[in-house]
Ligand binder design. Structure first.
Ligand SMILES: *Cc1c(COP(=O)(O)O)cnc(C)c1O
Length: 482
């Protein structure tokens, strides 16, 4: 049946508006400048009573939303750790929406399940992880941590003679978790979701780059009885630092502990020959979580829960019901992720991996890391600015006011970040790190190149000089909701 004119027009208009937006992304200020009230005024209205013209609705949505869109598709966006979504990912995602496949079950969406199977094989190959691992396509690293730690929980308790699915955690043998002091907040959240309780988490000390100390882990494990899970990290969010993976797997094995790695963006170092040394040894862990929507530049929302022992993965996640057909386990996506009905995330992953290839992924990661070193070198050459981390990956932690006291340094960093955001030619954020406020730079937007980080360095240095010299921040340039 041919589409009606209004169906066809609404779909084409959305494509045209999306293309226009992407075309302007590099020249638009990277941060929206409207206040929450201004945004509300654009989006609000009475509850719609009567249906409106479909194409007009799409135009109204785009007109109202565009001034409020965060510029993270821009090559000059360095805030947080967020991908820019590759154009082929956008295109594949449009098709995914149009196809509307429910990817949880092979019988319900056969080609979606097979595509995830193929994309998973490519991913494991590009990331140089064991080909026999199972991969759950989840919403992001938060749910990947949850999924992998659920598999870990069930397996370490099964080995202790306890069935969690049947007996729950109340009355189960006590499981102890070992987590680095500088782990990501979502790891602790996943631990909460899973019912372990923060009281059973041992925080393992870290070094100046936020890397877990191997000797501290060894000592902590030696003093613990019963089932154990260690959560290590590849890519600390401020420093990009990697836990000592040449040592951790053997330490965990000797203690009978499951080793999970939160590698939301750091895992991608393995895809890049000049960065792979950072993550060597990590392939000997039991599970890994990583994101698609960060370094692989997939659309939101996309992450991967990867488990060495597919049976443990399935025991934790499989959903069964009489109306759900039994299938070959590896072809049953819902056996590896928490959701049943969900988006067919595999199509965009498949398309981006084909568009970039192993070489393209390596080139992008290598370029981003080289850009991080380039901006770090430019900043370090400016008196008063300090690069606080060893720039091994794509993250740069920047301090201001070398030699000043902590409070003044923090105030200066907040001021520099505010000025850079107000000028709105590049975007950076800030964070607390090692007792002081810092500016954080994350080079991870697909198209970012040397010319973009040169502008970034210039913007930061200009802002720093103004702060140092006590120049007033022009109020007009600073949005009120910052
Ligand atoms: C981003 C990130 C997460 C959380 O990932 P989401 O995709 O936001 O769910 C977890 N760990 C690390 C190290 C991260 O960088």
């Amino acid at each position: 049946m041919p589409l009606s004119r209004r169906q066809r027009e609404a779909l084409s208009r959305a494509a045209a508006r999306g293309i226009d937006f992407r075309e302007g992304a590099a020249s638009r200020p990277p941060r929206p400048v409207l206040t929450p009230d201004e945004l509300r005024a654009r989006m609000t209205g009475p509850t719609p009573e009567r249906g409106e013209d479909w194409t007009a609705v799409i135009d109204a949505l785009a007109d109202a939303a565009e001034p409020g869109l965060q510029g993270n598709t821009s090559p000059r966006f360095f805030g947080w750790v967020m991908g820019a979504c590759h154009p082929v990912g956008v295109a594949a995602d449009w098709l995914t929406g149009a196809w509307n496949q429910n990817a949880g079950i092979y019988d319900v969406a056969p080609v979606a399940a097979v595509t995830e199977e193929v994309a998973a094989r490519w991913l494991l190959d590009v990331l140089r992880l064991p080909p026999g691992c199972s991969v759950g396509f989840v919403t992001g690293a938060t749910m990947a941590n949850f999924t992998c730690l659920a598999a870990a929980r069930d397996e370490v308790l099964r080995r202790a003679g306890w069935d969690v699915a049947e007996g729950g955690l109340q009355g189960a043998p006590l499981v102890r978790l070992f987590v680095g002091e500088d782990a990501h907040a979502t790891v602790l959240k996943a631990i909460e979701y899973l019912g372990f309780g923060r009281v059973n988490v041992v925080r393992v000390s870290t070094d100046e780059e936020g890397r877990m100390r191997a000797d501290a882990l060894r000592a902590a494990l030696a003093g613990a009885e019963g089932p154990k899970i260690v959560v290590a990290q590849a890519g600390q969010i401020n420093t990009g630092g990697f836990d000592p993976f040449k040592e951790l797997p053997a330490i965990c094995r000797a203690a009978g502990a499951w080793l999970h790695v939160d590698a939301a963006f750091g895992l991608w170092a393995r895809a890049c020959p000049d960065r792979a040394h950072l993550a060597e040894g990590l392939e000997d862990a039991d599970s890994w979580s990583t994101d698609g929507h960060k370094w692989l530049q997939t659309p939101y929302d996309c992450g991967f829960a990867i488990v060495r022992d597919p049976a443990a993965h399935r025991r934790a996640m499989a959903i069964g019901a009489s109306y759900l057909p039994e299938q070959v386990a590896s072809l049953q996506p819902a056996h590896h992720a928490p959701e049943l009905s969900r988006r067919a995330r595999g199509f965009a992953v498949w398309a981006i991996l084909r568009a970039l290839g192993r070489e393209g992924v390596a080139e992008m990661v290598s370029r981003h890391c080289a850009c991080a070193r380039r901006v770090a070198a430019a900043l370090a050459a400016e008196p008063g600015i300090e690069v606080l981390n060893d720039v091994v990956l794509n993250q740069v932690a920047v301090g201001f006011g070398a030699g000043w006291d902590r409070e003044r340094q923090s105030a200066a960093a907040r001021d520099v970040v505010a000025r850079v955001q107000a000028a709105n030619r590049v975007f950076i954020g800030g964070a607390d790190w090692r007792g002081r406020w810092i500016a954080r730079i994350s080079v991870i937007s697909e198209a970012t190149g040397p010319e973009d980080v040169d502008v970034l360095a210039e913007e930061i240095i200009t802002a720093w000089r103004a702060v140092r010299d006590g120049a007033p921040l022009e109020a007009a340039a600073a949005p009120s909701h910052s």
